[in-house]
Write a protein that binds this ligand. Structure first.
Ligand code: SF4
Ligand code: SF4
Length: 77
């Protein structure tokens, strides 16, 4: 079964601040390419998580599988 939720980076918007790469603890981003966000392990991404996208001031992160329903955009503490 293919992964249905992972971040997609719009490199036209991204300013390479590295916040998203720093944020994720699931190994989704390649830390060796820091601060450029390179998704290497989409399978590790948590379904419904917006952790990295919420930090992105450039709004460069969207999610594969996101139906645009922002009601579920809760913060995870
Ligand atoms: S948080 Fe946004 S602007 Fe910063 S590196 Fe990630 S995608 Fe790029
Ligand atoms: S959505 Fe959450 S789990 Fe997925 S890459 Fe971003 S911080 Fe990591």
């Amino acid at each position: 079964m293919s992964k249905s939720w992972y971040p997609i980076i719009d490199y036209n918007k991204c300013c390479e601040c590295g916040k998203c790469v720093n944020k994720c603890r699931q190994g989704v981003y390649d830390k060796s390419k820091m601060p450029k966000p390179i998704v290497i392990y989409p399978q590790g991404c948590i379904q419904g998580c917006h952790g990295c996208g919420n930090l992105c001031s450039e709004k460069a992160i969207t999610y594969e599988g996101d139906n645009g329903n922002r009601i579920n955009r809760r913060r995870m503490f």
